[in-house]
Design a protein around this ligand. Sequence first.
Ligand code: APR
Length: 322
Amino acid sequence: MIAFPPQPYCHLSQVTVVGAGNVGSTLAQRILERNLANVVLVDIVEDRPQGIALDLMQSRGCEGHNRTITGTNTYADTADSDIVVITAGLPRRPGMSRDDLTQVNGKIVMETVQRALDYSPHACIIVVTNPLDVMTYLAWTVSGLPSYRVMGMAGVLDSARFQTFIAMELGVPPRDVSAMVLGGHGDLMVPLPKYSTISGIPVNELLSQERLQALIERTRNGGAEIVQLLKQGGAYYAPASSTCLMVEAILHNQSRILPVAAYLEGQYGIQDLFLGVPCRLGLKGVEQVLELSLTEGEQAALSRSASSVKEQVQRCLQDLSV
Ligand code: APR
């Protein structure tokens, strides 16, 4: 028997993913297979997270990693997580208005954030549940955390979609394309061609205004196009990849500049709202909100998006008596 010397204390990162649906389980897989952290997957449905966890544990040998995943219905099992990702929610059903969905998911987000924070009071929160910007505001409100510890995942996904469509149009690899989309995660998002480049070349030098506009429209419609094709449920591969990028930036203290739904206190003329803007992400969470110079038209589009999100937040806070 070989005696191994005692190991010095080494903190193994742990990420809690709340919601073992399509986005949550795909995100768990990405986190494990990129060797970023151990994962605790929580869901309200009994046995589902346990089944997904067992399946993912059994793939470890083939995938060549030694990370662990626990599936559970009990928040005590999530204790001491570094990051809590909220993907729990219900999809919109026929006959349900947007406001109905906001109320239903609002209750779920408030409950799950509170229960997770009972066991991981210092965690960073990443919200994925839609309507994203409203849910992120609610999560922050009930969390009692400093605003830089709470953020929403939308800008990375919207920018990834814009990046994809530009790359497909030009026949270049997506990694050569850097795209930027600001604003709320909805029809009023604000893709910014001025800050979108191909290997440093501004996108409007390689694409006509007409083609660019078509790609912007497709980006705005990016989620709906997939819903229409799938018939049931929404996108989950790209949402999981986008969230995983944020998890990595935080855990590895990368200081990456990514567009995320962050709390604004006057930046871009917007007060007391979570909205998609470029941020520096690191161990602390949102370490800096970057203010880009915008044209009058871009600023007006961002303000329109902000007003729409603000109205939704106010209605939601009122409906839920928060
Ligand atoms: N606590 C824990 N889990 C819950 C709760 C709750 N109170 N309520 C619902 N859930 C779980 C469901 O049981 C389900 O497993 O949330 C999961 C949601 O999964 P899906 O319906 O597959 O939805 P998904 O496609 O993963 O999307 C999740 O992300 O991108 C957004 O719009 C999307 O809001 C949606 C969220």
